[in-house]
Ligand binder design. Structure first.
Ligand SMILES: Cc1ncc(COP(=O)(O)O)c(C=O)c1O
Length: 375
């Protein structure tokens, strides 16, 4: 039984207010541009992020794909961090479907890319080379531990890109987490970027969807690509309604997730065998190292205690979100102390008991593998 699901902020469920808004959403055929709720969401998102227009898409992956397809043609290239989600975890979609080359630039631990690396990877070449068109950045940077680029850091990337005649695309799947961390209006983190995508279905708790924002011209082109990819949906206002609730009421509360992540990080750092620097935790993602080869066992042990995390060999990630409270963090830390001690061959003190005094449901390794498959 899942007691605490820390696999991702994508596991969040819609809030009661979202469900009410979805039930009474005014709808139309969005492929005709007739869905009033979706139109409101797109306009609201664009306004909040200082862009001319917005486009609702099915997922963050589709948002990035549509954006890069709209910026590039076959044989073009874009620069992307070597730890970026677009490069690591989107199945090479831009190359598969768009014939677009990904040129990686090393990510620094703080999520940034070095200007010298951007200049060298993006330098114009003769006809032997793919033509580099775009610089893609990510904020917050998931694989770097949810670190949040500041307005100044974003501006520095934009400046180098401009100097080189490149467009800038921002994968802002968790953009509002970055804005909350830096205590800035999100527009400060999108200034100068040509396109961006942010996810409604992560910390903002919506069941489905992301929004792309950019100029009207860019969004027209993105709309064409969304259609090509089969992403034109009809009475999608039912889903967009949840997005409007999220933009109104779910952004400020991300601070709670960040606080819970810091508390979790501080507790995990005290467990012998786990390694992390709690000061490096900025938003809702905590990454930590485990002794080599023990990650799967630790994840499985936690699973047996009702705490779900994605298994990994040497490094594990936990993500806080709506629905996780301080009590869940305490429970997770207690479970982690027991599990890590057991995996490390130390004595285990307290019995496996849940918050309500009930024994946590035991699951076997096969279930842990199922969790991995859902990653
Ligand atoms: C940084 C980042 N970008 C994009 C995505 C893709 O979002 P989706 O799962 O909605 O396709 C994710 C998903 O975790 C992500 O972490």
């Amino acid at each position: 039984m899942i007691r605490v699901d820390l696999r991702s902020d994508t596991v969040t469920h819609p809030t009661p207010e979202m469900r009410r808004a979805m039930a009474k959403a005014e709808v139309g055929d969005d492929v005709y541009g007739d869905d009033p709720t979706t139109n409101r969401l797109q306009a609201r998102a664009a306004e909040m992020l200082g862009k001319e227009a917005g486009l609702f898409v099915t997922s963050g992956t589709q948002g990035n794909l549509v954006s890069l397809l709209a910026h590039c043609t076959r044989g073009d290239a874009f620069l992307v961090g070597d730890r970026a989600h677009i490069y690591q975890s989107e199945a090479g979609g831009t190359s598969v479907l768009g014939g677009i080359v990904m040129k990686t630039v090393p990510n620094n631990a703080d999520g940034t890319l070095n200007p010298a690396d951007i200049r060298s990877a993006g330098a114009k070449g003769d006809y032997h080379k793919p033509r580099v068109k775009v610089l893609a950045i990510e904020n917050t940077q998931n694989l770097c531990g949810g670190v949040a680029l500041s307005p100044k850091q974003v501006a520095a990337h934009v400046e180098v890109a401009r100097e080189m005649g490149l467009k800038v695309h921002l994968d802002g799947a968790r953009l509002f987490n970055a804005a909350i961390y830096h205590r800035v209006d999100a527009r400060k983190l999108t200034a100068g970027v040509d396109s961006l995508t942010f996810c409604l279905s992560k910390g903002l708790s919506c069941p489905i969807g992301s929004v792309i924002c950019g100029s009207k011209e860019f969004i027209d082109e993105a709309n064409r690509w969304r259609k090509i990819l089969g992403g034109g949906m009809r009475q999608v206002g039912i889903i967009a309604a949840a997005g409007l609730v999220a933009l109104d009421s779910m952004i400020d509360r991300l601070a709670e997730d960040h606080e819970n992540a810091r508390k979790l990080a501080a507790g995990l750092a005290e467990i012998e065998g786990l390694e992390l620097d709690p000061k490096s935790v900025q938003t809702n993602i905590v990454r930590f190292s485990v002794p080599s080869g023990k990650g799967v066992q630790i994840a499985r042990g936690l699973y047996d205690e009702g705490v779900y995390i994605n298994p990994g060999e040497m490094s594990l990630r936990v993500v806080t979100h709506y629905g996780i409270d301080r009590e869940d963090i305490d429970y997770t830390l207690e479970a982690a102390r027991r599990v890590v001690a057991a995996v490390m061959g130390k004595s285990v003190s307290s019995p496996k008991a849940g918050r309500n005094g009930r024994a946590a449901a035991g699951q076997n390794g096969a279930s842990a593998r199922t969790a991995a498959a859902r990653r």
